[in-house]
Design a binder for this molecule. Structure first.
Ligand code: ADP
Ligand code: MG
Length: 682
């Protein structure tokens, strides 16, 4: 039996069910057996009637003691029957299932599962699930029963049956990707056993073994896949060998500041990568304001002096413009020709740029994603830099490589990633860390208040604007939503703000659903200090640098993950002016308080990232989606850090020993990885 076989031939899967499964994302037998329960109900204990407890969901065995009777009541059909064992009688009622009358046979024994009511000396149960007691293996009782996430009208019972049938069909035939030595070393259960016990655990221990094994495998496969790609790139494809120009120091001398030691170290790492023949695939990780753009500048210089072109991508137009302005100031002094490619250019301007790029008359092009999406040709692309990486997927990175003859790649991110997560999120990259801020950086004073402070907070806003400064307010939502009326939305918030004494100032809002042009327009006006207060969703999170903004207010702060709060806070404190962050939340929980305290007590992104992981903040900031990783079915990056470490070790060990996975014992791992790479553009 091949696990990717279609599932039509499983018992209980008729056409209708098949369709429902398909909508649930279950196409193959493999999908079905890896559709994991979200919870379990322990029905190992089968009770006698005298043991039944009032108000609890109970499992008991009893025989039909009276003929089932159907009566009509209003629009309903009610079916009643008495069942008994040697300890008592239970009165059972079903609603609108008249056919049950014919199914239940007098004197036959069944097991029932349902909520028990004891009143006036009677025991009653409404609408229990039931099955024949003399079956060789019971479905709903005498065992731990899985509860699946359900949608599209699929019933729990039905899905349980289908999965049980599927398991019977594949039992013992599933291949285990791990050789026995690996299983022994990491104490992993065998695959068939794991699959069986994750659905229908024999006992707690079996369940724990099964769960660990499946989490391990899931995390292992992704990490091994990334390492596999990496070693393929390194071994199979040769990159450009750049010469480090002897006058690179003169560029450094142009800078108005001294590089930090961390910046120097990272630049050295990049120089080595560029000098060697291997393709550079490097992630530069550095907190907001740590000075990543200068790193890009140095690499650009090396590349252009070797007569190759550079492409730099930013996630938004505003950021592209910002980079262009900063970089061009220096590049220009060395006669390096820099172009800016953004959506707002006219067709003619764009065509002119394309032409120059193709002819090699532009050395450095800075722009948005458009650079990879458009049909843009380079004369000889040697280096690609992407900024604020969490918006770029692995697949986009690979696409870029194809634009030149294996250009070097630098990916820059301000998201500090806890070390354990580094490999799973960026396993295909080498990592450089700028773990030091330039001297004299100010600490952003951070406060945690509830909404009763609004009055005082707005007075503070007034004061900042009075001093010529600007203010951000971040809200979690775009529009008012009835279901979540306690959450602030940018639109309503702006309206309300206009009704206060702050209304005399220029207030605008911005959110991700607006057109790019509108957003740009507002950001430009904010940058030019034509707007005093900008109410925003998290669209302003990434990289924007507006030195005059000194106050960041975050409403419903409990809704954001720590790392995200840190990113948002990083939008202020970029200039010389003293800056502040106010976290507004009425949530009172312990975790919320702890998280707010972390924000108050530190400005260090790495500490915050570690804490975020520890406190399992809301949201999914390190989550898989932004990084282009597949979604995990059972693993959780926050919870399963120990297994993550182990699986990391295993993936490293296996790829190190057999980088192309050609050894016989790794064959199934390779197949699994290829399957993953095929289905998910990593
Ligand atoms: P980020 O890492 O957030 O992208 P930037 O590259 O935008 O940071 O740098 C933030 C600010 O710090 C810029 O104004 C930049 O010119 C300045 N800067 C960068 N490196 C240094 C340094 N070594 N000393 C002082 N200022 C620096
Ligand atoms: Mg930056």
């Amino acid at each position: 039996m091949k696990t990717f076989d279609k599932i039509e031939n499983i018992r209980n899967v008729g056409e209708k069910t098949f369709e429902k499964l398909r909508i649930m994302g279950i196409d193959t037998l493999e999908d079905l057996i890896t559709y994991f329960p979200r919870d379990y109900e322990d029905r190992t204990q089968i009770n006698t009637i005298s043991q039944l407890i009032d108000g609890e969901n109970c499992t008991f065995k009893a025989s039909i003691a009276s003929f089932p009777i159907n009566t009509k009541f209003k629009a309903k059909v009610i079916t009643k029957v008495d069942v008994s064992d040697h300890t008592g009688v239970v009165e059972i009622t079903w609603f609108n299932q008249p056919y049950i009358q014919k199914l239940l046979k007098l004197g036959v024994e069944y097991v029932f599962v349902g909520k028990v009511r004891r009143a006036f000396g009677k025991v009653q149960v409404d609408s229990p699930k039931y099955e024949l007691a003399n079956k060789p293996e019971l479905m709903i009782a005498g065992r731990i029963v899985p509860k699946y996430p359900l949608t599209y009208g699929m019933s729990q019972h039905n899905l349980q049956k289908i999965i049980k049938n599927a398991l019977e069909k594949v039992n013992g035939t599933l291949t285990d990707i791990f050789a026995i030595e690996i299983r022994e070393k990491y104490n992993l259960a065998e695959y068939n056993y794991a699959i069986r016990n994750i659905h229908f655990p024999e006992n707690d221990e079996a369940y724990n073994m099964a769960k660990k094994r499946l989490i391990f495998e899931e995390l292992f496969v992704v990490q091994a896949a990334l390492l596999y790609i990496k070693s393929k790139l390194e071994n199979d494809i040769k990159g450009i060998k750049f010469i480090i120009p002897s006058d690179i120091d003169s560029l450094e001398k142009e800078l108005p500041f001294e590089l930090t030691n961390a910046q120097k170290r990272v630049i050295d790492e990049i120089k080595i990568d560029m000098y060697t023949e291997k393709i550079m695939n490097r992630l530069v990780q550095g907190d907001v304001g740590s000075g990543k753009t200068v790193i890009a500048l140095m690499a650009m210089y090396i590349c252009v002096k070797n007569n190759y072109q550079v492409a730099m991508m930013a996630p938004t137009e505003i950021l592209a413009v910002q980079h262009y302005e900063f970089l061009n100031k220096y590049l220009e002094k060395f006669n390096i020709r820099t172009g800016l490619l953004v959506g707002s250019l006219s067709k003619k301007q764009k065509e002119d740029l394309y032409d120059k790029l193709k002819k090699g008359q532009i050395d450095v092009i800075i722009g948005t994603h458009a650079i990879i999406q458009e049909n843009l040709q380079f004369n000889n692309l040697g280096l690609v830099i992407t900024d604020e990486q969490h918006r770029f997927g692995v697949d986009q990175r690979l696409k870029l490589t194809g634009k030149g003859e294996n250009p070097d790649i630098i990916v820059m991110t301000a998201t500090p990633i806890p070390r354990t997560l580094g490999l799973i999120l960026y396993g295909d990259l080498d990592i450089s860390i700028i773990d030091e801020l330039p001297k004299g950086r100010q600490k952003i004073d951070t406060y945690h208040v509830d909404s009763s402070y609004k009055e005082r907070m707005y007075n503070f806003v007034e004061q900042q604007i009075g001093q010529g400064r600007q203010v951000y307010v971040v809200c979690p939502m775009v529009l008012e939503n009835e279901e979540m009326s306690e959450l602030e939305s940018v639109v309503t918030y702006t309206e309300n703000l206009n009704k206060t004494h702050l209304g005399k100032h220029k207030i605008e809002y911005i959110h991700g659903k607006m057109k790019a042009k509108e957003k740009n327009d507002i950001m430009t006006r904010f940058k030019n200090n034509e707007i005093n207060i900008l109410v925003s969703t998290t669209v302003i999170e990434v990289g924007i640098s507006i030195d005059n903004a000194t106050l960041m207010i975050i409403e419903n702060a409990e809704r954001f993950g720590l790392a995200q709060l840190h990113q948002l806070r990083g939008r202020v404190g970029r200039g010389l002016h003293k800056s502040y962050c106010i976290l507004v939340t009425d949530a009172k929980g312990k975790i919320v308080r702890e998280r707010m305290d972390v924000m108050k007590n530190t400005n260090d992104g790495f500490i915050i990232a570690e804490k975020d992981l520890e406190l399992r903040g809301t949201g999914d900031f390190f989550g898989t989606k932004q990084h282009g990783l597949p979604e995990f079915k059972i693993a959780n990056l926050y919870e399963h850090t120990d297994i993550l470490k182990e699986s990391q070790e295993a993936a490293r060990e296996i790829i190190e020993r057999d980088s192309c996975l050609t050894d016989v014992e790794n064959e199934n791992i390779r197949k699994k990885i290829e399957q993953l790479l095929e289905h998910i553009a990593l």
